[in-house]
Design a protein around this ligand. Structure first.
Ligand code: XLS
Ligand code: NI
Ligand code: NI
Length: 440
C-alpha cells in the first residue's frame, strides 16, 4: 500500500442521521434500497478532476489560497505536479466511496509546447490513472477536452473565425475521445466554453453554427470509427466566458441538434448553475431534456442567485436536490449518466479536508433529495393532482385532438355549443407546495 496523502481523513462510512461525526455520511447509505435500487446505483456520484485537483482558490482579485501538501516542491504547471495529483485524487474518491470521476484532458496533464508533446504528457498520466482505477475500482463517468483556456481558442474552438484553431480543437477532441475510450469512459462531454461571441459586430453567427454542426458530425464519425460505445453529451451554458454561447440552454441545444441532424447521437448534461444563469430552474432544464428523451447526466452544483456568474458551489439545498431527483426518477433514472460534482470549495475553505466536507455535504444532500422524492412519489398526492388536472383531455374531444382527428372547424362548433367554459378548477399551487414541504 502506498503512503496515504490524506492521513487524517478516514474512509467515510454511513453513520445515520443522529451521528455528529464530521467524517461520516448522515444520509448517503450506498447499499440502502430506494424504489428497489441502491442509492449508489441511483445517484452514481462522480468527482471532478479539475476543481478538486487543480482549483487553487484564486479569483480576479487574489492569488490562490489552497494548501495541497501532495504538490509540495513541484513547479506549478509541471508534469511532476500533475503526476503527484493522481494518487491524491483517487484517495479522495476512494475514501468518499464515489464510484466515478470526470476530467478535461488539460487538467490531467499540462499544456506543452506542441500538440504531440501535450499528447505525450497526457499518455503518461493516463498510465497512472489506469493503475489507480484498477486499485480503487473507481470508474470514468466521462472525459472532455479543455478547448477554452489556451489563447489559440480566443475566438472560439469549433466556432473560431480561424480554421487552424478549428483543426487544433478537432485534434484535441480526437485525442480526448481516444483516451476516454481507453479508460472505459461511460460518456464524453462537449461544453463549448468559447463557442459563442462577445459582439455580433465581428461575428457571422450562421457560419459559426454551421461549423459547430460540422465539428459534431466529425465527432460522431470518429466515435464510430474507433468503436467508442459511451454516450455523447452536450452541456448547455448561456454565457461566461463569452457574452452568448450557442449551447445556451437545453431548448437551444435540442434545436441545434435537430437542425443539424444530430439528435439521435447526443443527450444533454445539465448543470444547475448554468440553468440559473440562463434564467431557468434546474428542474425546468431537466424536464425539457427529459421531454425530448435526452436527459443524460447532471453536473451537480448550485449558484448564488445574488451573483451573476458560475460560482459552482457544492449543492447543499434540499429543495433543489429533491426537485432534481423527482424529475430524474420520473425519467427512469440514469443509464450512462450520473451525479457529477462540477463544484469547487470556496476560496476560504483552503485545507485538504474541505474537499472531503464539501463532497460529504453534496452527497448527503442528494441522498436526502432522493429519499424525499421517493416519499413524495409514494404518497402520490402530487402526481394524482397533476394527472387529474388534465382529465378533460381523457374525454372524447381531448382524445380526438391528441390523435389528430379534429381541426379548428370542429372545435369552433364545440365552442359555439358551450357558450362559455364553466368547468375551470383551481391550480392549487400553495396547497401543493405545502404537501411538498411535508416531506422535507
Ligand atoms: C464550465 C463547465 C465545464 C464543463 C466541462 O462552466 O461546467 O466545467 O462541465 O467542460
Ligand atoms: Ni459543468
Ligand atoms: Ni459550470
Amino acid at each position: 500500500m502506498a503512503k496515504s496523502l490524506l492521513p487524517n481523513i478516514p474512509k467515510i462510512e454511513f453513520a445515520g442521521s443522529k451521528s455528529r461525526e464530521a467524517f461520516t455520511f448522515k444520509h448517503y447509505n450506498p447499499t440502502e434500497l430506494v424504489e428497489g435500487k441502491t442509492m449508489k446505483d441511483h445517484l452514481r456520484f462522480s468527482v471532478v478532476y479539475w476543481h478538486t485537483m487543480c482549483g487553487t482558490g484564486s479569483d480576479m482579485f487574489g492569488w490562490g489560497t489552497a494548501v495541497r501538501p501532495w504538490e509540495k516542491g513541484t513547479k506549478a504547471g509541471s508534469l511532476e505536479q500533475a503526476k503527484r495529483r493522481v494518487p491524491a485524487f483517487f484517495e479522495i474518491c476512494d475514501k468518499l466511496g464515489a464510484p466515478f470521476y470526470a476530467f478535461h484532458d488539460r487538467d490531467l496533464a499540462p499544456h506543452a509546447k506542441t500538440l504531440s508533446e501535450s499528447n505525450n504528457y497526457l499518455d503518461q498520466i493516463v498510465e497512472l490513472l489506469k493503475e489507480q482505477m484498477q486499485q480503487t475500482g473507481v470508474k470514468l463517468l466521462w472525459g472532455t477536452a479543455q478547448n477554452f483556456v489556451h489563447p489559440r481558442y480566443m475566438h472560439g474552438a469549433a466556432t473560431s473565425c480561424n480554421v487552424d484553431s478549428f483543426a487544433f480543437a478537432a485534434a484535441q477532441v480526437k485525442k480526448a475521445m481516444e483516451v476516454t475510450k481507453e479508460l472505459d469512459g461511460e460518456g464524453y462531454v462537449f461544453w463549448g466554453g468559447r463557442e459563442g461571441y462577445s459582439t455580433l459586430m465581428n461575428t457571422n453567427l450562421k457560419r459559426e453554427m454551421d461549423h459547430l454542426g460540422a465539428f459534431m458530425h466529425m465527432a460522431v464519425d470518429y466515435k464510430k470509427k474507433i468503436g467508442f460505445k459511451g454516450s455523447f453529451y452536450i452541456e448547455p451554458k448561456p454565457k461566461e466566458p463569452t457574452k452568448h454561447q450557442y449551447d445556451s440552454d437545453a431548448a437551444a441545444c435540442l434545436n441545434f441538434l435537430r437542425e443539424y441532424d444530430l439528435l439521435e447521437h447526443f443527450k444533454l448534461n445539465i448543470e444547475t448553475n448554468h440553468a440559473t444563469l440562463a434564467g431557468h430552474t434546474m428542474q425546468h432544464e431537466l424536464e425539457v431534456a427529459s421531454a425530448a428523451g435526452a436527459l443524460g447526466s447532471i453536473d451537480a452544483n448550485m449558484g448564488d442567485l445574488f451573483l451573476g456568474w458560475d460560482t459552482d458551489q457544492f449543492p447543499t439545498d434540499i429543495y433543489l436536490t429533491t426537485q432534481c431527483m423527482l424529475t430524474i426518477l420520473k425519467h427512469g433514472g440514469f443509464t450512462t449518466g450520473g451525479t457529477n460534482f462540477d463544484a469547487k470549495v470556496r476560496r476560504e475553505s483552503f485545507e485538504p479536508e474541505d474537499l472531503i466536507h464539501a463532497h460529504i455535504a453534496g452527497m448527503d444532500t442528494f441522498a436526502r433529495g432522493l429519499k424525499i422524492a421517493a416519499a413524495i412519489r409514494k404518497d402520490g398526492r402530487i402526481d394524482e393532482f397533476v394527472k387529474n388536472r388534465y382529465r378533460t383531455w381523457d374525454g372524447s374531444l381531448g382524445q380526438k385532438i391528441e390523435n389528430g382527428k379534429v381541426g379548428f372547424s370542429e372545435l369552433e362548433k364545440h365552442a359555439l355549443k358551450l357558450g362559455e367554459v364553466t368547468n375551470l378548477e383551481s391550480g392549487r399551487q400553495e396547497y401543493l407546495e405545502a404537501i411538498f414541504n411535508e416531506f422535507i
